[in-house]
Design a protein around this ligand. Structure first.
Ligand code: TYM
Length: 352
């Protein structure tokens, strides 16, 4: 048994299992462009490359208060966003986290593996709890351990996420390495890789280029929601904060211009271009010309997704079928892993 993260550095036996992807999004408010570009776009791409599981992490959502009457609808909305964006239930497993009990079970076991000192370093808890951490739920504090369980209960090897989740993935690797070490099970859990790279990894607020685009920002003008209609999208782009200078012709010159940098990055992520390519097209132009182009690009890409989400949510039977089917498949994949985990920990089994 070790008390530090150093187990990860002790050259553990490499994991031999197949590559598998897992990621999740919280049903805790409207999805925005950051969630789409930082996560969902990668979900769609990866479904053609590896076995993929995408959950709606409702157990995570309740670490902050969620209206019980709305939680199931919020869960369906995230599933609708997956489907409308192109995640195909024939290729990827889509399911609600709370419907697969093994997440909570492994979450508890891993709480007994993770060290308090590791959780004390988690910046997301500090950001969310602010000055009054004693008033937050215990679940908000242990949240990253449940995230590790989400990943490890399927022995997932790859985790597509935005930049803000990097620290949680480091923790997941430390927990996996410590479990393997403490229970003398080399290579049992993989040390999963965060797939953060990509132009949409950190989309910033439209009102403040130094703050992340976020569900919890009180200003709706700070973000483009996936369910916004074409007019709302165009208006938010038009009102996005900028500086008075024209766009530069090189990426270095964006360094001290966070709002311009963000809008160029968003255009690039939507158009499949690098920032340099966007600047090759728009360098020297003012925002008066760039913003309408960006608005058109955003509307062309997002308005059909919003429309398809509304169609799906009008008749939730289809979403419910996908979620129930996904929960069954995910439960079957988690069962042998949780079984083996129990054996490693030494829990009682009949005749065992
Ligand atoms: P959540 O619900 O806050 O965000 C969902 C995904 O969106 C990404 N994201 C962003 N990407 C770019 N720019 C932004 N402004 C932006 N805002 C959010 C997030 O990085 C994330 O990928 N802890 C996770 C949910 C989770 C999870 C997991 C993820 C629970 N268990 C297991 C992966 C694997 C979260 O709070 O995401």
């Amino acid at each position: 048994m070790t008390d530090t993260a150093s187990a990860a550095a002790q050259a553990p036996a490499a994991y031999q299992g197949p590559a598998r992807v897992l990621s999740g999004i919280q049903p805790s408010g409207a999805l925005h462009l950051g969630n789409y570009l930082g996560a969902i776009v990668k979900f769609v791409k990866l479904q053609d490359e590896m076995e993929c599981l995408y959950c709606v992490v409702d157990l995570h959502a309740i670490t902050a208060w969620q209206e019980p009457a709305k939680l199931a609808a919020q869960t369906r909305e995230i599933a609708a966003a997956y489907l409308a964006s192109g995640v195909d239930p024939k290729k990827a497993i889509i399911f609600p986290q709370s419907a697969v009990l093994a997440h909570a079970e492994l979450g508890w076991i891993l709480q007994c593996v993770a060290r308090l000192g590791w959780l004390d370093r988690m910046t997301q808890f500090k950001d969310k709890a602010g000055k009054h951490k004693e008033r937050e739920s215990v679940g908000l504090y242990t949240y990253p351990v449940l995230q590790a369980a989400d990943i490890l209960v399927y022995k997932a090897t790859h985790v597509p996420v935005g930049e803000d989740q990097r620290q949680h993935l480091e923790l997941t690797r430390d927990i996996a390495a410590k479990f393997n070490h403490d229970f003398d099970a080399p290579g049992f859990f993989p040390l999963p890789e965060a797939m953060v790279e990509g132009p949409g990894a950190r989309i910033m607020s439209l009102r403040d280029g130094s703050a992340k685009m976020s569900k919890s920002d009180p200003s709706d003008y700070s973000r483009i929601n996936l369910m916004d209609d074409a007019d709302a999208i165009a208006q938010k782009v038009r009102k996005a904060r900028t500086d008075p200078e024209p766009l530069p012709d090189n990426v270095e010159a964006l360094a001290l211009r966070p709002e311009a940098d963000n809008l160029v990055g968003i255009y690039g992520a939507l158009a499949g271009l690098t920032k340099a390519e966007v600047l090759a097209r728009f360098g020297g132009e003012g925002f008066g010309r760039f913003k309408p182009e960006l608005a058109d690009m955003a509307v062309a890409r997002l308005a059909p997704i919003g429309a398809e989400m509304r169609r799906l949510l009008d008749d939730p039977a289809e979403i419910d079928r996908v979620l129930a089917d996904g929960a069954e498949k995910a439960t079957a994949l988690a069962a042998p892993v949780i079984d083996e985990t129990r054996r490693h920990v030494g829990f009682w089994r009949p005749g065992g």
